[in-house]
Design a protein around this ligand. Structure first.
Ligand SMILES: [Zn+2]
Length: 551
C-alpha cells in the first residue's frame, strides 16, 4: 500500500532503464506506486520517492526494460505440448526413441499425441510412418510438426482414420503418398484433420493446466502480455476459467480462429462468444484467419509459381485458403463488427490478398481505430510494403526465422529465383516504409525467448551459427528498433499501448530485468542474456532466487 505522502511502493535502481518511450529513451531508475509507474528518471530524483515502507530492488547492473509483449504466440498449445509427447528439444535422430519412451511412460493413453518435429530433418520435409510403426504399433500416433502445418502419423492412425490410397486429398490439404499412391504418414494442412479430429480431446482441466504452464514459461522469459494467435471456443473457455480464478497473470488478447468450413454462421456467434470471454486480463478482441500455409510444404500462396529443384517453374502457386473476393467480404464483415483481424500470410500472394481485403474493409466501413495485422510476412512484394502504413495494418513479424537455418537453406532457397529470395522477412524495409512493427515468437513453432529472437532481428544470423553468414543483412534492425517492436510495437498490436509497452509515468509497471545490458558491446550475444525478474504491476511474477527484493 502506498502512503498518503506519495511515497513509492517499490524503487528499481542500479541498472540503466530502456523505456521504449521516444520522448525519453533512457533513465536511471523507476518508482512504482499502486502498480503504476510513479516516476522514471535519474536515480537521485526517483529516490526522493522512497518512504519508510518502500521496497528497493537494488540491481548490480543489467538492464530494466518494459515487459516483452509477444504479438503472436501459442501458449495454450505450447502448454499442452509440454504435457504431451514433446519433441521440441529432441534431436531428429532421437525422435523414434523419444516416442517409444513416451509411449512406455503412458501405457494407458489410447493415443500417443504430441509434436515439435522439424521438417528439414526429412527428405522433402516429409517423415515416414515406418519409423513410428517400428516403435508404436499398438496405438495410433499423431505428432504435429513444430510449425503446426503438418502431422506425422503411424500406420495404426491411418487405419483408424480410414485413410488409404483411395482417400482423396481434402480441400486445402495434401496427403503425402508414395509412387503407388499409398499414404506415407505425413499429412499437410487440412489433411491433418483426417487423423487429428480423432485424437481424444484434452478436456477442460488439461487445457487450463496447459495455459498455466504456457504462461509460466513466458513469464520466465520476461513476457508480460501476449496475443494467443489461435484460440478455439474450448481454449477460450479454459482461458476464461483461469482468468476468473485470478490465475491469469499475463495480459492476453485471444485471437479466435475463423473456421473457413463454418463460413458466415460465425459472424452471428462471434460477438457474443468474445463478449462473454472478455474478463480480467483476458480480451477476446481478435479473429485469426489463415490465408495460406507455409513455403516449406508448398502451400504458401505465391504470386509466381514455385520452382522445382532445378530452377524451372512448376504449376504450383500454393493454396489461398479463401478466394480474394471472399476474403475481402469476411474481413469487411469482421471489421464492421469491431474485431481486429489477424491474418496468417507467408506468401507474397497471401500478403497482397490480405492487404486488398483490409483496403476493401476501409472502403466499405471507413477507417476505424483497428489493429488489423498480418503475421509472418515471409515474402512481401516491394510494391506492397508502403501499403501497411497507408492502411494502418500492423506488420506482425517473427524475427527468429530471418536467418540461414535448415528451413531456409534446404526447403526454401532451392525453390526460388534470386529476386524473390531477396524479399524475405523485410523488417527494415517495412519499418522504413512506415509500418508499425510488432514482434512475436510464434512459440511453439520457434523459441519463446525474446532475447534469442532479438539477436536474430539485429544480426540475421541463427544463434546456433553465430559465426555464420547474415541473411539479407540490409534487413537488419538496430537494437532499439528491435526492442521497440517487442514492447511498444506489440503493445499497439494488442491495444495495450495506453497502459503498457513503455516505461512512462502513469503506465502499468510491467517490467523485465536482464542480467546484463545488451547495449554494452562487452555484454556478448544478446541471446545469452537472462531474465532475472519479470514484474507485473510492480509485483514479481518471476524472480531469480539470487535477486535481492527485500530492500
Ligand atoms: Zn502462429
Amino acid at each position: 500500500m502506498s502512503g498518503a505522502d506519495g511515497a513509492a511502493d517499490l524503487l528499481v535502481v542500479g541498472a540503466p532503464v530502456y523505456t521504449a518511450d521516444p520522448a525519453r529513451r533512457w533513465a536511471g531508475a523507476v518508482a512504482v506506486r499502486d502498480g503504476r509507474v510513479a516516476a522514471v528518471g535519474a536515480e537521485r530524483d526517483v529516490a526522493a520517492l522512497r518512504g519508510p515502507a518502500t521496497r528497493v530492488l537494488r540491481l548490480r547492473g543489467g538492464l530494466v526494460l518494459p515487459g516483452f509483449h509477444d504479438a503472436h504466440v501459442h501458449p495454450s498449445i505450447g502448454g499442452l505440448e509440454l504435457l504431451a509427447c514433446d519433441l521440441h528439444e529432441v534431436e531428429p535422430a532421437g525422435y523414434p526413441a523419444a516416442v517409444a519412451r513416451y509411449a512406455a511412460d503412458h501405457p494407458g493413453a489410447p493415443w500417443v499425441e504430441g509434436g515439435g518435429w522439424v521438417m528439414d530433418a526429412f527428405p522433402g520435409g516429409a517423415p515416414h510412418r515406418a519409423a513410428l510403426d517400428a516403435v508404436v504399433g499398438d496405438r495410433p500416433v499423431f505428432l504435429a510438426s513444430t510449425d503446426g502445418h503438418s502431422a506425422w502419423v503411424n500406420s495404426r492412425a491411418l487405419a483408424v482414420a480410414g485413410v488409404t490410397a483411395a482417400t482423396p486429398d481434402p480441400p486445402r490439404g495434401r496427403i503425402e503418398r508414395d509412387a503407388a499412391g499409398e499414404p506415407t504418414g505425413a499429412l499437410h494442412e487440412e489433411a491433418m484433420n483426417l487423423v487429428g479430429d480423432l485424437v481424444p480431446d484434452p478436456g477442460p482441466a488439461q487445457r487450463e493446466a496447459g495455459i498455466e504452464l504456457g504462461q509460466a514459461h513466458l513469464h520466465r522469459l520476461g513476457v508480460t502480455a501476449w496475443q494467443d494467435a489461435l484460440v478455439s471456443p474450448e481454449t477460450l473457455a479454459a482461458y476464461r476459467a483461469v482468468a476468473e480464478r485470478g490465475a491469469l497473470t499475463g495480459r492476453v488478447v485471444a485471437a479466435v480462429k475463423w473456421e473457413v468450413a463454418d463460413g458466415d454462421a460465425q459472424l452471428a456467434t462471434l460477438p457474443e462468444l468474445t463478449r462473454t470471454h472478455t474478463v480480467g486480463r483476458l480480451r477476446a478482441t481478435a479473429v485469426k484467419h489463415f490465408q495460406d500455409g507455409v513455403f516449406e510444404n508448398r502451400t504458401a500462396a505465391m504470386l509466381d509459381p514455385y520452382l522445382d529443384g532445378d530452377g524451372a517453374p512448376t504449376g504450383n502457386r500454393g493454396i489461398g485458403m479463401l478466394p480474394p473476393d471472399e476474403l475481402a467480404r469476411v474481413v469487411t464483415a469482421l471489421d464492421r463488427a469491431g474485431f481486429d483481424v489477424h491474418v496468417h500470410a507467408i506468401g507474397d500472394r497471401a500478403v497482397r490478398e490480405a492487404l486488398d481485403a483490409f483496403q476493401a474493409a476501409a472502403d466499405a466501413n471507413g477507417r476505424r481505430d483497428s489493429r488489423h495485422q498480418i503475421a509472418h510476412l515471409q515474402f512481401v512484394h516491394p510494391d506492397d510494403r508502403p501499403r501497411f502504413r497507408r492502411l494502418g495494418v500492423v506488420a506482425n513479424a517473427q524475427p527468429f526465422w530471418a536467418c540461414l537455418d535448415g528451413y531456409m537453406r534446404k526447403l526454401t532457397l532451392p525453390f526460388l529465383d534470386p529476386e524473390r529470395a531477396g524479399w524475405q522477412y523485410p523488417w527494415a524495409s517495412l519499418r522504413r516504409a512506415g509500418a508499425v512493427l510488432a514482434f512475436g515468437s510464434d512459440w511453439t513453432v520457434s523459441t519463446a525467448n525474446p532475447l534469442l529472437e532479438l539477436e536474430v532481428a539485429v544480426n540475421r544470423v541463427a544463434p546456433g551459427d553465430r559465426g555464420g553468414e547474415p541473411f539479407l543483412p540490409e534487413e537488419r534492425l538496430d537494437l532499439p528498433a528491435a526492442l521497440d517492436a517487442f514492447t511498444i510495437g506489440s503493445a499497439y498490436a494488442l491495444r495495450l499501448e495506453a497502459d503498457t509497452g513503455s516505461i512512462e509515468p502513469g503506465k502499468l509497471a510491467d517490467l523485465a530485468v536482464l542480467d546484463r545490458d545488451p547495449f554494452d558491446p562487452a555484454a556478448g550475444p544478446i541471446g545469452d542474456a537472462r531474465v532475472l525478474a519479470t514484474l507485473i504491476e510492480g509485483e514479481p511474477i518471476h524472480a531469480d532466487p539470487d535477486l535481492d527484493l527485500a530492500g
